[in-house]
Design a protein around this ligand. Structure first.
Ligand code: WT7
Length: 682
């Protein structure tokens, strides 16, 4: 299943420097451990579990599960009966046993350059305990759900870990979501308390978050399910006398007179509450399979799914993937640019890094504010060694060329990572050549909210890389590729990506709807977890994610991946970004309708259109020749940067009813896209 030998040609080898101290220094070592992880999960994960603190040992079977709907209910139980507390493992153990009390846990970098602060492991522990006591005093108990709607501030980490310390279940809602979305999530998970902030700046834009939170709370009241309390952090409007017991000063670009609505029956001030709270708090010991958090992810039906993760499996998986995939070393400064409101932020800003005693950058701002050099300025400022971002950010910055990158030296960088969508080889090459100066391996990590952590990924010193491939499975993960009839394909093949057995970090259920969990992931192909992604395995055994299976196109009986066509389009020097959808065609079934965003200074004309069609034909074949190419100065994206192809499909067909557009980051692009439609396609 993992090839005996990896090719020596057409691959990019990990840097020699990394190999010296790497946890997994060679492909042979990876293979040896991989086989053991799959054949003897108890031995593999049991050894790793020894690095953590357990209040009591597991009692039941080490890893007990049913992954086959035809054999009964789906369940996954890992180290059941063992008890621990993740907050204790992330903080107390690092402070008291690992001598990391004064090590910096986070360099906080605010929206404004020069606005920063640091927090050590010891300080973080004290602040978490203080806030845990606040939650307890508000009546929050083990198992209760707490909704968190906050910007990227240290207090967001404090709030989430305070929940964990007392065994409460956090449900973080990304601060870019609307009041409607927040209300829907609060109601679905029956949260008793909301934690929010007054407001924040995103670049130049002031967001009055409390206003949105209140709107959501009003909607909850209208639906007859009021939330009891709302704790508000003063991030922008903090005034000195109220900062007692609070060691974050107001940010540089503060807004002391920000007008936030205040309801004394419900609202509580974060700072007032903590000023009287003790900074010691006994952790609540939780069973391995107790719920840890809920995180909502979109579903094909439109109603978001509350993905539920549990304590021990998630902790071990986030910690181990972080350590091995970024080859974490004690002197690293790690930076993941994701928002904590997404799974990437949960696993690779909070849980994974803190479990390893790492120092991370926590960034509140944007890659383009105040200018497009901001990321590289921060890399140099903190001497970042491991950097993790999304292909969409790379493509965005790529449009501005290499000068903004080369203004900074980036000498500290050792490993670069990407996540979120397939990375086209051109963006990969730019990231590798320009950002990393050919020195830093790129870990293209494939995973999902549901998988808890990386499932297909290179290991930076061990895996020879192919630009655009997520390469091979992580330990304990067994992928397969199925055809439409559910048959496992062997050798080079393309089809549905599935997993054959659980790994510790896989989700346990959809909160409040186990049936939906079974239907979404296990019904289509009994015996397998279905990712919903298409995947190709090449002649060397490398896995290439081709995009969501619902983004697959069938042109004249040929399966095509939108990602593949997009990648061809962006190879053209005029194109910055492309999104391809299928448009019904009377003869071919579907035809390709391509939206392209051009690089600065490029103009869209017929000549370019023909060149692009040729480019795709030359790269993939005549069947992939696009029927339509449309100039798209902006593409409809979710706030996490994913292109909403569902909307593009409607625009391509000139359908005016777009359905739910609440997750759209910038709705102004839609009108423009209708105006620019290819006339011949009307
Ligand atoms: C979907 C999951 C995992 C954190 C961020 C997104 C796509 C994710 C890759 C990658 C190709 C990727 C898949 C997946 N995806 N990483 N490296 N290569 N595709 O989490 O919102 O749950 O989305 O993102 O389509 O199914 P998510």
């Amino acid at each position: 299943m993992i090839p005996d030998k990896v090719p020596e040609q057409d691959v990019i080898l990990g840097s020699g420097d990394l190999k010296k101290d790497a946890h997994i220094p060679t492909f042979e070592k990876y293979k040896e451990l991989y086989v053991n992880s799959v054949e003897n999960p108890e031995e593999f994960w049991g050894t790793l579990a020894k690095d953590f603190f357990w209040k009591t040992k597991h009692t039941g079977q080490f890893f007990n599960y049913n992954f086959d709907v035809t054999k009964g209910e789906i369940f996954i139980k890992f180290m059941e009966g063992a008890s621990t507390n993740i907050c204790y493992n992330l903080l107390d153990r690092n402070v008291y046993e690992k001598n990391l009390a004064d090590k910096i846990a986070f360099f906080w970098e605010g929206n404004e350059p020069g606005d920063d602060l640091t927090v050590t492991y010891k300080e973080l522990l004290q602040r978490v305990c203080q806030f845990a006591n606040v939650l307890k005093s508000q009546g929050v108990q083990k198992g209760d759900r707490v909704s968190i709607y906050m910007p990227m501030v240290v207090e967001l980490v404090v709030a989430m870990l305070a929940c964990v310390r007392i065994g409460a279940v956090h449900s973080i809602v990304f601060a870019g979501f609307s009041a409607e979305s927040l209300c829907e999530r609060i109601l679905d998970s029956q949260c008793s308390l909301l934690i929010t902030a007054d407001g924040f700046y995103r670049g130049d834009k002031l967001i009055n978050l409390k206003l949105l939170a209140d709107e959501a709370l009003q909607k909850c009241i209208d639906k007859g399910v009021p939330v009891k309390k709302c704790i508000m952090l003063k991030h922008l409007s903090k005034v000195p006398e109220e900062t007692a017991g609070c060691n974050s000063p107001p940010p540089k670009r503060s807004c002391p007179d920000l007008q936030v609505p205040w309801n004394p029956d419900v609202d509580l001030c974060w700072h007032t509450l903590i000023s009287g709270a003790s900074d010691e708090c006994e952790p609540e010991w939780c069973d391995s399979e107790d719920p840890l958090f809920i995180l909502y992810t979109s579903g094909s039906t439109g109603k978001p799914k509350g993905v539920l993760h549990t304590v021990s499996g998630y902790m071990l998986y986030a910690a181990t993937t972080f350590k091995l995939v970024f080859d974490y070393q004690p002197d690293d400064v790690y930076w993941c640019t994701a928002d904590i409101g997404w799974i990437t932020g949960h696993s690779y800003i909070t849980y994974g890094p803190l479990a390893n005693g790492a120092t991370s950058v926590l960034f509140e701002g944007l890659p383009t504010y105040p200018d497009v050099s901001r990321m590289w300025e921060i890399v140099d400022k903190y001497s970042v060694t491991k950097f993790y971002t999304a292909p969409t950010a790379i493509r965005l910055l790529m449009k501005f060329g290499s000068d903004p990158v080369q203004k900074y030296n980036r000498k500290s960088l050792k490993v670069l990572g990407t996540v979120g969508e397939p990375i086209n080889p051109e963006a990969w090459q730019w990231y590798y050549n320009v950002v990393g100066e050919k020195r830093c391996p790129i870990v293209d990590t494939f995973w999902q909210t549901e998988t808890g952590g990386h499932v297909l990924t290179p290991l930076p010193a061990a895996t020879p890389l192919k630009p655009g491939s997520a390469t091979f499975p992580f330990f304990g993960v067994v992928p397969a590729i199925l055809n439409e009839s559910g048959e496992e394909l062997t050798g080079p093949s393309e089809g549905y990506l599935v997993f054959k057995q659980p790994w510790p970090g896989v989700m346990r259920t959809v909160y409040g709807n186990h049936q939906r969990f079974e239907t979404t992931y296990f019904k289509k192909f009994p015996g397998y977890y279905v990712t919903g992604d298409g995947c190709r395995r090449d002649e060397d055994g490398y896995y290439w994610i081709t995009g969501r299976i619902d983004d697959m196109l069938n042109v004249s009986g040929h399966l095509l991946s939108t990602a593949e066509v997009e990648s061809a389009l962006v190879e053209h020097k005029a194109v910055a970004e492309a999104a391809v959808v299928g448009r019904p065609h009377p003869v071919k079934g579907e035809s390709l309708y391509c939206f392209v965003t051009l690089n600065d200074g490029m103009t869209f004309n017929q000549k370019l259109e023909s060149e692009l069609k040729k480019k795709v034909r030359d790269k993939i074949g005549a069947i992939a020749t696009p029927d339509f190419i449309q100039n798209a100065p902006g593409l409809p994206k979710t706030r996490s940067g994913k292109i909403m192809r569902r909307l593009l499909r409607k625009i391509a067909c000139n359908e005016k009813d777009l359905g739910d557009v609440s997750t759209l980051a910038d709705s102004s692009v839609i009108d423009q896209l209708y105006q620019n439609r290819c006339c011949s396609a009307v």
